[in-house]
Every structure is written in structure tokens, then in C-alpha cells.
Design a protein around this ligand. Structure first.
Ligand code: ZN
Length: 197
């Protein structure tokens, strides 16, 4: 510990962040204190600002600082394509890639019999409403390649069948990946999703 209770309290809070343990929290806090003007004060201001304004978009579940997020507000994003993801982190990952120009729908998890998560616990009813209200022509299921993710994708596909074009992300060899290192499931999925050259 740091021999100061206020700094210790800050270290304890930092250590709760994903990817940080007590040791890296101590190093981060020390760094912040040394860079007080450059880093600590602006960080504290930014945190206060976000703490006061952060909320979930009422339409898609993205996290922003307004009731309706920038993506839902942008007419340019009304392409008729709706990309369904499990979590806001997945939406942000898609946005980082910068290749998808439509809108998103964040489910807030996956169906799970084990954890007692049903369709009404996720934003599935809202998804059905949006398909009609926003003239959606294609729903892209960008769910994780886990058992729960794929169960959820099949459930949504059943719900929307006949109303809209349904697609899912391809599964297979990652960019830069070597076949020898892939598991059997990935190789099977990649072979099934093969395409003409
Ligand atoms: Zn939104």
C-alpha cells in the first residue's frame, strides 16, 4: 500500500477495473500523480462528465451521453441494415473496424437456460419492433461463436423468418491465422463457409 489512505482508496478502486490488478493499479496511480496536470486532472474531469451523463440509448442499447445515440440519430446510418450484437463492447469493436455503415441492436446478453435468461430479459421484443418501424431489409447476426450465442442467433432467426433477410458473420480462419493452430471446430466452420475464388 502507499502509506496514505486517500491514495490507497484510489488504488483499491483502480484495481477493480478489468485488466488491472493491485500491482498495475499502484503503478497507474503513481503515474497519474506524477502527471497530475497532464493526465490526472483531465481524467478526473472527463470521469465526472461521463458519470453525470452516460446512459443507454433507448433505441439500440449503445452507451452514450444522450437518450438516443449518435448512430441512431444519424440519417446516414439508416441503410436498412441492422447488426445485432450481444454487448456494447461488440458494437464498439465493429465500429473500430469502420466497415459497417448501418445501425446496431445490442441484446444485452444471450439466451441461457442455465442462467435463466429468456427472450424478455434481452432486447428481443424491441428488435422485432425496430425491424418494422425502421424499414429494416437485412438483419446481420454478429453474435459470439459460443453455444449461447448460436442458440440466441437461431431463436432470433426463427422470430424474424420471412420478414427480413437474415445473415450472420462468417466463421473460420482469422486474418493472419495458421491452420495448424486452429481447433477442429474452427476448421470445420471455415470449410463449410468456403467461397469461390
Ligand atoms: Zn442507438
Amino acid at each position: 500500500m502507499s502509506s496514505n489512505s486517500e491514495i490507497d482508496a484510489l488504488i483499491d478502486l483502480m484495481a477493480k477495473l478489468p485488466g488491472l490488478g493491485p500491482r498495475s493499479a499502484r503503478r497507474a496511480v503513481l503515474h497519474l500523480i506524477r502527471k497530475r496536470a497532464l493526465l490526472l486532472t483531465p481524467l478526473s474531469d472527463a470521469m465526472q462528465q461521463v458519470a453525470a451523463t452516460a446512459r443507454e440509448c433507448l433505441n439500440c442499447g449503445n452507451v452514450g451521453t444522450t437518450d438516443i445515440c449518435d448512430i441512431c440519430n444519424s440519417e446516414d446510418r439508416a441503410t436498412g441494415e441492422l447488426c445485432v450484437v450481444e454487448d456494447v463492447a461488440d458494437l464498439w469493436a465493429m465500429e473500430r473496424a469502420g466497415v459497417f455503415k448501418g445501425r446496431y441492436h445490442v441484446l444485452g446478453g444471450t439466451l441461457s437456460a442455465l442462467d435463466g435468461v429468456g427472450p424478455d430479459d434481452l432486447r428481443i421484443p424491441r428488435l422485432r419492433d425496430r425491424v418494422t418501424a425502421e424499414n429494416i431489409t437485412e438483419v446481420i447476426l454478429a453474435l459470439n461463436a459460443t453455444v449461447d450465442g448460436q442458440t440466441t442467433a437461431h431463436y432470433i432467426a426463427d422470430q424474424l423468418e420471412g420478414q427480413v433477410r437474415l445473415t450472420s458473420l462468417a466463421q473460420g480462419v482469422p486474418i493472419g491465422g495458421e491452420l495448424d493452430y486452429l481447433d477442429d471446430g474452427t476448421i470445420t466452420a471455415a470449410l463449410r463457409a468456403r467461397k469461390e475464388l
